[in-house]
Ligand binder design. Sequence first.
Ligand code: AMP
Ligand code: GLY
Length: 421
Amino acid sequence: MKLMVVGGGGREHAIIRSLKKNPTITEIFALPGNGGIAQDATCVDVGAKDIDGIVRFAKEHAIDFAVVAPDDPLVLGAVDALEVVGVPCFGPNKAAAVIEGSKVFSKDLMKRYNIPTAAYEVFTDAQTALAYLESAPMPTVIKADGLALGKGVIIAQDLDEAKDAVKTIMSDRKFGDSGSRIVIEEFLTGPEVSVLSFTDGKTVVPMVSSMDHKRALDGDRGLNTGGMGTIAPNPYYTPDVAKRCMEEIFLPTVNAMNAEGRTFKGCLYFGLMLTPQGPKVIEYNCRFGDPETQVVLPLLESDLLTVMQACANGTLASTEVKFSAGSACCVVMASAGYPEAYEKGFVITVDEGLDGEVYIAGAKWEGDKLLTSGGRVLGVVATADTLSAAIEKAYAQVEKVHFDNAFYRKDIGQRALQAGK
Ligand code: AMP
Ligand code: GLY
């Protein structure tokens, strides 16, 4: 089988490594991939947002199955375009990807179908939003409607910050057209849990739960990032919480999407907050999370391609999806300065005897040297029987990975360890 994976980050590297375990796969193309992915797949110089280029490549190379991983191509309709030319895909079509593509859509969906989420109001002009804020409880949360590279959410501690946020998003258009509508919502508190799930539109199979660490610095300080590390499973996600989530959130969401004529197939990501009133949805993503995937897939014991094909074919109910009982930890090594300005072009080396996986997010080859080329450079992942052992092992592997100006958090998983006590 010839496969194509659209995307080029650490998440895609983890997906490709997992897919490669299937012996029927003869070749995997990554569009565009990256320097690390090039060691596991054939990278092709077609951007993830170039839908025409993606379709042309799939036809020319008689691709048997495509995995569309990032949000942008999904929201742009890459799956629809590939299916038109007869390429089966893992991933939602454009109509279903709107669950991530528009926060207004997802909030209205949850309201209509009684799926627990933060109370909210939608605004289409800055004046009305600013007037509303005068009497809104603080802190409050302001979200751009559309995709904003994960940065379109601002938590405002007081009225001044809230007004600034509205101006930044709506008047200055910091996130472009994504800010033509905003959601202002209630500030929730509680531990956060990420649950990625496989779904074929009928059955929903949650994967092992995980916890992201979004802030740049130890102790959850510093700026928000794309994610500085993850652990799985998340100890806050107990069997009781899982049962409630399935009944109150997961199944109702899949059913709601069907009722709307927007059947969702692929990976549906639930960003949850376990509030004192119960689990609530913070956000939906229409795809695998990054860097959650880097800890979830190493724990998957079933064949990933078989599960992905079952999601596409509607046969998930009769397909085994098994995870190991172990734990995993991913420590992201970034370029010093990230998520603001940083230098790149430093040589990456990995010592012999690494006991785990290195998933590359931002690197490219120059001659025989692998050089850093992004803010988040790579994720070092280890698995073990217990969470504490996985964390210890991951940090031991970090010692074996070298590049100048490397920067990483020292406390990935510590909050989870406290919770587990
Ligand atoms: P998002 O980009 O939607 O994942 O949001 C980024 C982060 O903002 C989330 O991981 C939460 O930590 C936080 N956040 C989003 N919405 C809320 C909310 N209603 N209350 C409290 N925190 C929130
Ligand atoms: N880790 C959060 C996301 O992928 O959006």
